[in-house]
Design a protein around this ligand. Structure first.
Ligand SMILES: Nc1ncnc2c1ncn2[C@@H]1O[C@H](COP(=O)(O)OP(=O)(O)O)[C@@H](O)[C@H]1O
Ligand SMILES: N[C@@H](CC(=O)OP(=O)(O)O)C(=O)O
Length: 460
């Protein structure tokens, strides 16, 4: 049996974490295929090596000295190697890298990728496994997209059957140009490897005991989620649960490989299993989780008799398309609709888009709301259970939080509300507490009991 184990930045932050990883690998002989990230934060105010490397790239671009930064980054690897007594020539290799970086001889992608490269080099020696460079097996097209077919072939051809340590987050084109995945993309590397090796399980090791039903930075002690479906996981990740990259689901989902999210610091905790299991058990929590993201923009378009005007939505959407902005939601009324997009995507183009809408669609009114946060409450068969939306909206009402937008995915696994940015955390806490008793998320039977208490006549 093959298990692919990906250890995130928080799990490889220092030598102590390397030791924990070795115990985890030694505890299970099927864990022989390891993917690692660049060193993450050791404590709250610490920096991630990847962020520091991006900073080095910016300094080099503007011809500003970055010697101190490079010294700090190097020291993190030297400390790990020294404390673990490793023989890999990290000082020499890092010095060569630093010289090339300062001389401007490296692309930003190659420079940044060295964070994962050096971790993997040290980890391979420490675990006694061969090192496999992701540049040799994770194949990119020239446009920056992944070639799964070529990656599959390369891993079959060059992958070492007994196991190896591979750096996450990067790969290369046919010509050897290093390309990066999205930030947090080490999760995707692990998922790709699991698919290509036809693994029985993809383990994603991090610093929390699995997916939690809310961000622990917003809700104190959120309940861990023991099992979720691939689509619930994607919904939670896309809407802010940063523990797993939302794209990491696709390679393993296609192959039907479950993901286990586990805590490197508490390996015996059960963690979360993500699979395609959809069967509903009556005593499971009503909701799976609450998550959210800030910085959305809604462009409201108002026009009398809009419902009779054919093609108006298409014309507005084609303006966004022209500016290469993807659309998140389109809530609509009879004579109005809004286009909701990520603020980051329109930071340079918002006012040009508004001007084009005025010229090309000639609305009666146009309003821009640029302090919108979206909160997604995720669960199974949401629309089939009327009490859920009632409880959710009542919770926000009681907190005096006004709802600026409501949307529901067609797959009925989420209800999305838009609130003002300043209300973001308060709204998440209010929704979470509406579905929890303080310690645990409520189960469906609790909701039924509450409904029966408030409508005694309807109970037979
Ligand atoms: N719903 C959630 N469940 C679990 N963790 C979450 C959630 N929302 C946000 N997080 C944060 O995600 C962090 C783990 O992700 P990340 O920092 O990318 O880990 P790694 O460095 O292991 O890849 C946790 O420390 C936690 O603060
Ligand atoms: N190191 C990269 C890739 C990654 O996946 O990191 P982490 O495992 O720490 O989320 C980043 O910071 O984006």
């Amino acid at each position: 049996m093959i298990k692919v184990a990906k250890f995130g930045g928080s799990s490889v932050a220092d030598a102590e974490h390397f030791k924990k990883i070795r115990s985890i690998i030694e505890a299970d002989p099927s864990r022989r295929f390891v993917v690692v990230s660049a060193c993450g934060r050791r404590y709250k105010s610490d920096a991630k090596v990847t962020d520091l490397l991006y900073l080095v790239a910016a300094h080099v671009r503007y011809h500003v000295s970055c010697d101190d930064l490079l010294t700090d980054i190097g020291q993190r690897y030297f400390d790990i190697a020294d404390e673990l007594g490793l023989t890999y020539p990290i000082r020499e290799e890092f010095a060569t890298f630093a010289e090339k970086a300062k001389a401007g001889d490296l692309t930003t992608e190659e420079l940044v990728s060295r964070g994962e490269y050096f971790t993997a080099r040290l980890m391979a020696e420490y675990l006694g496994l061969p090192f496999l460079d992701a540049a040799d097996v994770v194949a990119f097209h020239h446009d920056g997209t992944l070639s799964m077919t070529r990656t599959q072939a390369l891993i079959q051809e060059r992958g070492i059957p007994g196991g190896f340590v591979m750096p996450g987050f990067y790969g290369a084109t046919r010509e050897g140009r290093i390309m990066l995945l999205d930030r947090g993309g080490g999760d995707i590397s692990g998922s790709i490897l699991a698919k290509c090796l036809d693994a029985a399980l993809y383990e994603n090791w991090t610093d929390v005991s699995g997916f939690l039903s809310a961000d622990p930075g917003v809700v104190p002690h959120p309940q861990p989620i023991s099992r979720i479906t691939y689509s619930e996981m994607r919904e939670l990740s896309y809407m802010g649960a940063s523990v797993l990259h939302e794209e990491a689901v696709f390679p393993v989902m296609e192959a039907g490989i479950p993901i286990a999210v586990k805590n490197t610091n508490r390996p015996l905790d059960p963690g979360t299993i993500i699979s395609d299991r959809e069967d509903y058990v009556a005593d499971e929590p009503i909701i799976t989780g609450v998550t959210g993201k800030r910085n959305f923009v809604a462009v409201h378009i108002l026009k009398d008799h809009m419902s009779n005007e054919v093609g108006i939505v298409r014309r507005v959407l084609s303006i966004f398309e022209r500016y290469r902005v993807s659309i998140e939601h389109i809530p609509s009324g009879i004579d109005s609709f809004a286009v909701v997009v990520q603020g980051e995507d329109v930071k340079d183009s918002l006012w040009s888009i508004v001007a084009d809408i005025k010229t090309e669609v000639q609305p009666d009114g146009i309003k821009v709301v640029d302090d919108l946060a979206l909160i997604s409450t995720v669960g199974r068969n949401m629309s089939g259970r009327p009490g859920i939306s009632g409880s959710l909206f009542a919770a926000l009402g009681q907190e005096g939080i006004s709802i600026r937008m409501i949307a529901q995915g067609s797959d009925e696994i989420n209800i999305i509300v838009g609130v003002r940015d300043v209300d973001f955390e308060r709204a998440i806490r209010a929704i979470y507490s509406a579905f929890s008793d303080g310690d645990h998320l409520l189960e469906l039977k609790d909701l039924k009991r509450a409904e029966a208490a408030s409508h005694p006549a309807s109970v037979r």
